[in-house]
Design a protein around this ligand. Structure first.
Ligand SMILES: Cc1cc2nc3c(=O)[nH]c(=O)nc-3n(C[C@H](O)[C@H](O)[C@H](O)COP(=O)(O)O)c2cc1C
Ligand code: SF4
Ligand code: SF4
Length: 307
């Protein structure tokens, strides 16, 4: 057995055992029992998983949207259902759009918490529009500022140093939720205009947001050691270990779970010279980020598409 095959089997066995003990494989039975608070989340670098866990508390349950999508579990019933996602260009990740269109969320109280890094613009209104259209309107929509993991513009080492008052802001949201506050965070006209400006510059389709092609966005360098981490943390299962090294292709959320978690920094942006946005440049190719409260195994379990 080659070292690469042995590592692959060991990684897969450990993850399977872990998913069994933490109940991820028993998702169906979890959904059947009525829980007080269930929080659905999408995460690339752990901020949303952290927020979801904090808001779920000891009694609540967190469910990963990539796992729900993989298992085609769209019917969820609880007293309170929460949804936590990172804003991408002030919009939800594409997978969250796909999920909400298919979901039937039955709860007395539904809340959404959107994480962001610097500029939220009218993210709250965008989510209200999308979720309402899908027949899943939310009673409460708020935002929370975290580390900004947008590698093209931000140095992760600098971002980690900024105090964004996360515990205080989380406590405020938590108290709103305990009181079942019915509220949408207000949006200003200036924020709406900033979003319009961003959409014009980026050329993104407002009905899609960020949906890239992995093979056009990233490349894997010779620094790769075939550890397989990228094959587990990608919520779209775009990476594969082959006899010729790592291959990646497919629709990409641009969540950066792969590039941020590669221990060798072997995953790099592909440079685009043809005016395509983003052009593949980044602020600091040596700085990478995963939320300090979230382990690599947590992220693998949240996003893995193989088990
Ligand atoms: C593709 C992409 C687009 C982003 N767009 C925005 C944005 O428009 N405004 C903002 O403040 N942060 C933006 N961010 C930062 C993330 O929303 C933020 O870091 C989030 O907390 C990451 O959550 P996660 O760790 O659960 O993936 C973006 C990040 C990515 C990867
Ligand atoms: S690209 Fe990085 S994460 Fe993926 S197998 Fe290679 S070293 Fe591991
Ligand atoms: S290829 Fe990377 S950026 Fe794209 S969905 Fe997978 S982990 Fe996210």
């Amino acid at each position: 057995m080659t070292r690469r095959t042995a590592l692959k089997i060991m990684g897969s066995a450990a993850l399977t055992a872990m998913m069994a003990t933490t109940g991820v494989t028993a998702l169906t039975s979890c959904l059947e029992s009525r829980k007080k608070r269930v929080i659905l989340y999408f995460t690339g670098t752990g901020n949303c998983l952290y927020v979801a866990r904090e808001l779920a508390g000891k009694e609540g349950e967190t469910l990963s949207i990539p796992q729900l999508m993989r298992k085609k579990q769209f019917e969820i019933e609880a007293d309170e259902i929460g949804l936590v996602y990172p804003i991408y260009g002030h919009m939800p990740p594409y997978m969250v759009r796909e999920f909400i269109k298919k979901a039937r969320l039955k709860a007395e109280y539904k809340f959404a918490v959107l994480t962001y890094g610097m500029r939220k613009c009218n993210a709250v209104e965008i989510w209200d529009g999308i979720s309402r259209k899908a027949g899943n309107a939310f009673d409460y929509i708020g935002t929370i500022i975290m580390v900004d993991n947008w590698l093209p513009n931000f140095d992760m080492n600098e971002q980690k140093k900024i105090d964004k008052h996360i515990p205080e802001n989380l406590a405020k949201i938590s108290s709103d939720l305990t009181g079942r506050r019915r509220w949408h965070e207000p949006v200003t006209q200036e924020e709406r205009q900033q979003h319009e400006g961003f959409m014009r510059l980026s050329g993104l389709d407002p009905e899609v947001g960020f949906l890239m092609k992995a093979e056009k966005s990233f490349t894997v360098t010779d620094a790769c050691i075939d550890c397989g981490i990228c094959t587990y943390v990608c919520p779209r299962g775009n990476y594969e270990l082959t006899g010729q090294g790592v291959k990646m292709q497919g629709n990409c959320e641009f969540c950066f779970a792969c590039i941020q978690n590669c221990p060798q920094r072997a995953i790099q942006f592909k440079k685009h010279e043809d005016g395509t946005w983003p052009d593949g440049s980044e602020k600091n190719p040596n700085a990478r980020y995963r939320n300090e409260n979230v382990s690599l195994m947590d992220l693998k379990m949240a996003n893995n598409q193989k088990v």
